[in-house]
Design a protein around this ligand. Sequence first.
Ligand code: HDE
Length: 749
Amino acid sequence: RKPTEVIKDVVETAASKVTDALTPKVPGAPGSGTPTVEEPTAPRDPLPPKSEQGTPDTRLPTGSETGAPPTANAQQGAYLTTSQGARLRDTDHSLKAGPRGPVLMQDHHFREKIMHFDHERIPERVVHARGAGAHGMFTAYGTAEAVTRAGFLKKGKETPVFVRFSTVLGSRGSADTVRDTRGFATKFYTDEGTFDLVGNNMPVFFIQDAIKFPDIIHAAKWHPDREIPQAQSAHDTFWDFVSLHTEAQHHAIWNMSDRGIPRSYRHMEGFGVHTFRLVNNAGETVLVKFHWKPKLGVHSLTWEEAQITNGVDPDFHRRDLYDAIEAGAFPEWELGLQIFPDTPDETFAGIDLLDPTKIVPEELAPVQPVGRLVLNRTPTNFFAESEQVAFHLGNLPPGIDVTNDPLLQGRLFSYLDTQLTRLAGPNFSQIPINRPHAPVNDMLRDGFHQHAVHGGVAPYRPNSLDGGNPFTAGDAENAFLDVPVVVAEAPKIRENPVSFDDHFSQTRLFWLSMSPVEQEHIIRAYTFELGKCYEQAIKERQLQCLANIDPVLCAQVATGLGLPAPEPTRPLADVAPSPALSQVGQEWPADGRIVGIVVGEDGLDDVRSVRTAIFGAGMVPLLIAPHGGMVGDLPVQRTFATARSVEFDALLLATAPPPAPDALPARDDKAGAPGPAALDPRVTLLIDECWRHAKAIGAWGTGTAALASTGVAGTPGVVSADSGTAALTEVQQLMATHRVWQRFPTAAA
Ligand code: HDE
């Protein structure tokens, strides 16, 4: 069929989908959902909603009011045109006075093309600039119905979502696997208005009051004189701030833990951080914290893996997200709630629920699952969707309300404000990815980049000229309720509640909740980061903070820095650990995990069955051979020159290949060395790294010789088997715990 016919079909289907949703309802008519209210004139049909309020999936015809043809997407027709639709003959040559002559100013096509290109970039987000998004579906279990009237949490309700993951500090082009907090922002396109849950992969924040956000971000981003380092916290200004400003210590220890270097977005928890207030149909309220629990468990990179990945594949997390979705290994999370009674003091078990530097341990308030999120579609266009998506904490449906957390309150201002420059004006909610799926009738008008062709003459209330439309809604029409929380009579002051002064007890709680391996990683992270600072006073001040968290932690970091370990300046908090905070000690599904297989020209029957078994287990095989193309009838994904261990989660060896001609000389090949290396040095490196990064390694047949020659045979998590499938079975069992944890040294134990 001709492209024009295909496009016509798409347009017609899209248009018919939205017609129903947008058909105006007569106010007060049965089933209209609009209230019968006293209006100054007899009600008449409301005007149709804005033409551009279609969902991102069902783009409404742009100009239906002007009689212009409908558009299903931005590219129509088979011919190249100007932006005004005139067909073009040539776009490769500017209009010149003769083939060697000057370019003519009248070349309007040239000027339009270059003008548009000159303005293709928009300002990057001031924080969370680097990110990647995906579409998905949220399905509610119905378990939250008792505590909230929010329709998208009613049993079985399906709500389309868009999620954007991000790092905080780096620029748009920075690497994915840096040590940083990750953003986890979810836009639920609910029938009752959009709900944005703008969270992070850590449950606490550096500051307790939004007024300090510029301070922490100025300190954590690059130094203003040289604009380095990029996407790093290992520098003086960051540690200067967090050591002086001790409420940041709790978030800082999360960053120094393995949570700061996630294996992938699919392996991260998400947290709403603040406490929110839910309200049900009876007007009863509870306080809640939102949690996302990944189906694959929480899993992180090792520090060395993260650093190698920064160079080998700076887009690692972005690629992983898209690859997993395209391979059908859809990333999944459960949304859960920690629910607390809405008491006047807004505390639970002595923990101030308005303090965003505090968690409530799951052992005290279990996370109750209320729905499931599946990401199943990658964006069609990165800029249009992931870059232009705009989140805002004030996007709340009826049934969810905010609390007085001063960090949350400040965010309610910032997220709208920032879009004015980033998305160039106040009409960013008309950009397709930001359009609500609920009908909109908002009386907001004009402004830069207005896409809607509003009808009517009375965008004000009350009016008689537009038949009184739009009408206000009440409880029966599911209007949003600002919960009438009593505000205590109090003086206007710039002060925090006293409970906000406790900066160390939960930081210690986190430290004590870590397994010895995780504690060791934290020690190394602090030692690395402070080791990259120049100012002695900053290192000493942070060591003092560490002494107030835990003397073992402080002593180990001090040794690494070559500095004396100070004594604590306050009694160590007596806190019970929260085992739920550790990512060690459980078993998880291995969906979408990648298994590298070193293959040669022989033993391909075994390789074939291993490959099939890996696919069967929902994982992905990555064949690594001395050359590209095919080995036998199997496609090669990586050569020894292009493979690096950080790309896969476990390694299988079907062969022990001798050095290929393109290998660099190994240590053994140098003059005076005992003899040529038996194994290609790049395969030796793969084995060494996998072993150091505690990944499962398996071999069979001639592959077992590779284990022997690298000296790893017989060590924990290294399997020699009679056949490929036998090796895979054992390796798969090892992968369930994410890593062979006993390979890590644990000096902190
Ligand atoms: Fe944000 N934050 N933030 N933040 N934040 C932004 O909004 C801000 C905070 C978070 O993928 C900005 O559209 C203030 C906590 C995510 O588009 C900006 C404060 C949490 C994203 C902004 C905070 C977050 C942002 C930059 C202190 C976790 C990326 C561009 C009160 C609960 C969203 C933009 C995306 C983005 C302000 C603190 C999460 C400037 C003032 C706490 C995931 O508005």
